[in-house]
Each structure stands twice: as structure tokens, then as C-alpha cells.
Design a protein around this ligand. Structure first.
Ligand SMILES: *Cc1c(COP(=O)(O)O)cnc(C)c1O
Length: 386
């Protein structure tokens, strides 16, 4: 079976994990600090807070921004549920902005129209969570300009896009947002098994997130009420969690990050090959905008309308599956899950994302994919589509 994605682990990765197992620290220790510094350096952010998943990072990012009951936040429907769950955990109300048919990212036009309406109705969001779908950065500068006009904060869910660039700016520099969040789940750009990171240029947000990842505890004298205490002393100032990353994961992350540029390059090469080979096929790839380097976490195809009249996406999915190609759908629209429907969302509310979700598949693309693996995929596509 060839899967839509998988991790790549080499001997250096294994050696760095073994080194930690032989050391004094297994839980959060020196490797976590080094991994945070390495990510900060790479993306160009001032601060980084490592945690045990991107879902945790999104949660403490929302809390640090002070999203709470009575507030509204917006995100997109074409994402993993964690991009929306994080705000609900803070007690806030969710709404969704539909995506653009071609880039599959948040439609800035839809966003602006929705903001104008929300402004009239006094329903403006406090936070917008954007998602760089499949590794293509959103039009973050335009969104940032809207955030200044309508006074909302921005969290970039960059789970797909470590290594991506927009107008020369590395995703995670937070030039056009308050906080960006990365995932290190095995299918993502680099892995720590489970793991995530929030990056920001705001010292207060970073400190709050560092405290929230470990029960809301602070240890720096500047932030404590009691001064001149012995070093075992600490104070709990907020209600937080145990969201810490461990040193085993961090060591793996440090070793993986050294390979990010070749990961992104290889994924782009594979994508170019698919683009060329599938020019006359009855589906289209995600449109990548100018001045953009996608990290290509996913290679997504959208089946054409006419083709879909004769063959459903699910049938194509089964046919590929029977030939040993395990594709996937990213994503079932968040608002159509039973939990979200029970809040009042329904079919027809976000037509572009809904239509996309019945027409699309993510096909195999991963760093260790060989030329002959890709040839095999292309051959099978010829059999099924031609
Ligand atoms: C994978 C993913 C997450 C969650 O990441 P975890 O590290 O598994 O918690 C959140 N948002 C998006 C868009 C993702 O793809």
C-alpha cells in the first residue's frame, strides 16, 4: 500500500533519540530549549513555545490572546477539527469563512464581505485562525490589513506549512499575525512523533503560553508575587495544563529540522512531476499563487464537474485503494461534523468547501517516495482515468 503521506526517519534521527534516552532528562529539559531556539531561528520569530501537539498549541494560543466566553472567533471549514475546537475550549463561539475554489485557502473576498456584515451587526470576531492548506500560505498580508481595520487578532494554523514562503517571508515569522502554530505529527513536514510549537514576536504572549503549558505555573522572579525565595519556589498564576513536550521528542525534532529544506524541495519536485503528467486529466491540482513556495504537505486533486457526473469521488477512491494507492480526503468540512451541526451549522452554509469535499482526494506525496513509486501512481491513474 502506498499512503498519501508518511514520515522519514534516518540514522541521525535515531542516534539523537538514543542520546537523550542515555541522558538525565527525559521530560522537558535542555533539548526542548534547543528545539525552540532552532525553530525560532529558522522561521524568524522572537519566541517559541514547544508543546505536546499542535492542538495544545492552538488551545494555549487562544487562551493567551484571552479568547473567552462571549467572544467570537472565525476559522475555515476546510481544516482539521483542532483549528476550531481550540476556540470552543475557551468558551467562545465559532463561525466559518468559506474557502477560495482554486487556492483552497480562506477567501479574502469572503472574509472582507463577512467582516463588513459582522461590523454592521456588532458580531466581529476577536480572533481569526487562518490555515495554510496543504502547505500553501494564505494571503496573510491582506488578512493582516483587514485585522487592523476590524481589530481582530490572528493565529496562523501553520500545521501544514513549516518551510513554506510567502513574498520571501518564512511562515512563522509572524510578520502578519500574532501567533503561528506548527504540528510535528508524523505526516506533517517534520515529526517529533507527537508535538507542536507556537511561535510569536510578543514577549507577553510567549510568557503566558509557557506558563499555560505547565499548569499555569511561573518560576521567573519577575513574574512572581513573592520575591527572594529559594529556587524550589514557584507560583501558579493561571489555570493551565500539562502540555509539555519531552526531550526525546525535541531531540528528534532538532534532527528532523536539519532536513526541512530538502524535504520541501523533494515535495515540490514530486508535485511538479504530477502537475506535468496530469495536465490532460479530468481533475485539477491546488492552484499555487505567485510569490509563494508551498511546503506541499499534501498534493490535492479536485475532480472536474463533468467527470463527477459519471464517476463519484468515492468510487475513484475505492478503485485507487484496490490498486494499492491509499488516498485520503482533507477535509470533511468541520461545520458538518455532528458536534458542529448540533450548534446549528448545516449543509449549504459554506458551498465552496462543501463542494470541494465531495470532489477531492489527497494522493501520495512524501519525502521517501521514489521515482518508480511515482511512476506506479501515474500508471494506475492512466488506467483509472483514461
Ligand atoms: C495536524 C493538524 C492539527 C493538529 O495537529 P496535532 O499535532 O496532531 O495536534 C491542527 N490543524 C491542522 C490544520 C492540522 O493539519
Amino acid at each position: 500500500m502506498m499512503n498519501y503521506g508518511k514520515q522519514f526517519i534516518d540514522d541521525d534521527d535515531i542516534a539523537s533519540v538514543i542520546e537523550v534516552l542515555k541522558s538525565d532528562f527525559l521530560t522537558q529539559g535542555p533539548k526542548v530549549k534547543l528545539f525552540e531556539n532552532a525553530i525560532s531561528n529558522y522561521v524568524g520569530s522572537k519566541f517559541a513555545v514547544a508543546v505536546n501537539s499542535a492542538s495544545s498549541a492552538l488551545h494555549i494560543a487562544c487562551l493567551a490572546i484571552d479568547l473567552k466566553k462571549g467572544d467570537i472567533f472565525w476559522t475555515v471549514p476546510n481544516t482539521f477539527v483542532a483549528s476550531a475546537n481550540c476556540g470552543l475550549h475557551c468558551g467562545a463561539k465559532v463561525d466559518f469563512v468559506d474557502i477560495d475554489r482554486e487556492t483552497l485557502n480562506i477567501s479574502v473576498k469572503n472574509l472582507e464581505q463577512k467582516l463588513i456584515l459582522a461590523h454592521k451587526n456588532n458580531l466581529l470576531p476577536k480572533v481569526l485562525i487562518t490555515v495554510h492548506f496543504a502547505g500553501q500560505p494564505t494571503m496573510q498580508k491582506e488578512i493582516f490589513n483587514l485585522s487592523k481595520k476590524y481589530k481582530f487578532k490572528i493565529i496562523e494554523d501553520a500545521s501544514h506549512s513549516l518551510g513554506a514562503l510567502k513574498e520571501g517571508e518564512t511562515v512563522g515569522s509572524c510578520k502578519w499575525s500574532d501567533i503561528s502554530v506548527f504540528s510535528f505529527h508524523p505526516v506533517k513536514m517534520i515529526t517529533t512523533a507527537e508535538g507542536g510549537m507556537a511561535v510569536t514576536n510578543d514577549r507577553n504572549l510567549a510568557n503566558k503560553m509557557k506558563s499555560l503549558r505547565t499548569h499555569g505555573i511561573v518560576r521567573e522572579e519577575d513574574f512572581m508575587i513573592q520575591k527572594n525565595q529559594p529556587s524550589f519556589y514557584y507560583e501558579q498564576k493561571f489555570l493551565g495544563f500539562n502540555y509539555r513536550m519531552n526531550d526525546i521528542s525535541a531531540a528528534l525534532g532538532i534532527s528532523q529540522l536539519k532536513k526541512i529544506e530538502k524535504f520541501v524541495q523533494k515535495r515540490n519536485d514530486l508535485a511538479r512531476c504530477y502537475d506535468d503528467q496530469f495536465k490532460d486529466f479530468p481533475f485539477s491540482p491546488q492552484k499555487i499563487l505567485k510569490n509563494t513556495l508551498s511546503s506541499y504537505h499534501l498534493y490535492v486533486i479536485t475532480l472536474e464537474k463533468d467527470f463527477l457526473k459519471m464517476h463519484s469521488r468515492n468510487v475513484i477512491y475505492e478503485k485507487l485503494n484496490n490498486q494499492g494507492i491509499k488516498t485520503n480526503l482533507h477535509y470533511l468540512p468541520v461545520h458538518l461534523h455532528p458536534f458542529y451541526k448540533s450548534m446549528g451549522f448545516n449543509n449549504g452554509y459554506l458551498p465552496v468547501a462543501e463542494n470541494y469535499a465531495i470532489s477531492s482526494l489527497s494522493i501520495p506525496l512524501y519525502y521517501s517516495m521514489t521515482e518508480s513509486d511515482q511512476e506506479k501512481v501515474i500508471q494506475i491513474f492512466h488506467k483509472i482515468f483514461k
